[in-house]
Write a protein of this length. Sequence first.
Length: 390
Amino acid sequence: MKSIYLDHAATTPLSKKALEAMEPYFCETYGNPNSQHVYGREAAKAVAEARQKIAACIGARPSEVYFTSCGTEADNWAIKGAAAQYRDKGRHIITSVIEHPAVYSTCKQLEKYGYEVTYLPVDGEGFVSPESLEGAIREDTVLVSVMYANNEIGTIEPIKELCEIAHRHGALFHTDAVQATGAIRYDVKDLGVDMLSMSAHKFYGPKGMGALYIRNGLRMEKFMTGGEQERAHRGGTSNTPGIVGMSVALEEAMSTLESDGKYVAKIRDRFVKKVLDNIDEIYYNGPKDASRRLPNNANFSFRYIEGESILYSLDLAGISASSGSACSSGSLEPSRTLLSIGVPIGTAHGSIRFSFGKHNTEEEADYAVDELIKTVKRLRAMSPLYKEKK
Ligand SMILES: *Cc1c(COP(=O)(O)O)cnc(C)c1O
């Protein structure tokens, strides 16, 4: 495919090292890790080692890492599991308005089952304020779930602080760290969270693999009833190659986290500067302070034109970006996240997310910027709204 890939927040290419590590577990060491023979033992050993590696990467103990089929499953489990386990204590859950659908829709579903959910607002850069959490938390709040880093505008939330507030009031704390894992160095014990979700395909691991960290000692309802896998909390035959690939990809991402972060941020910053220098009537969405934003994320709203038209033109020019998030594009609803940070509804429709990766080059970013500038000029020249205003 001859297109410049600037959509790493949607998914990343699989690391070659991870692919190589996965290879033997398809056709050779294919045993069921639960089987009592050499095939099973070999597979079980690989799963155990992978669990250890992942635990070490996030400061957890291996017994605190539960494999799931994706980040969405990890989020569903954290929220529904805690809601079910602690329903006699209370039925109030707190989350934020900018959560990924994996959390947001799960909370919406729980509302149908009699739970009450408070959706915390965010400021103009997408930050949840500790004060707003303090104000919303109640006696019957059982769970607070706030994402570590936002998938659309890259905002890194003050997780440690939010978690302390939840705990002070006797509530559990979960964070969707799908965008953060592999991009931000963290330690679950230092953060203090009770649960944390991650997804392999966001850090150059295989698709269809996720994990939920559940703090030891926390009692959690099972998500998938079935066999004894994942300490009898998540039945289903383990995806040995996926698990191995995920662990190798995460180790690799952690080993070069700082240098990769610096590299993509440099490309991103150069890209953003050129866009802002050459295009007027534009919002650069998300935090201005680079230390509080994912290094790979850039998100813009272009007034007077449609994001879908920009995206289509870029695609023709050989540039793959995204309007909003992959999970909500396809729908004509403007992004909930952008509306929450105050982007006017018409302008929110003209939004594009560029998310860079470690294989992108400066030349690619330069080419993308040039095409973007041309595209925006051309579309605006055809826009009656833009002409009227001039
Ligand atoms: C991608 C993403 C998810 C979903 O992960 P999948 O593994 O694709 O199900 C959840 N939360 C955030 C913030 C994401 O970016």
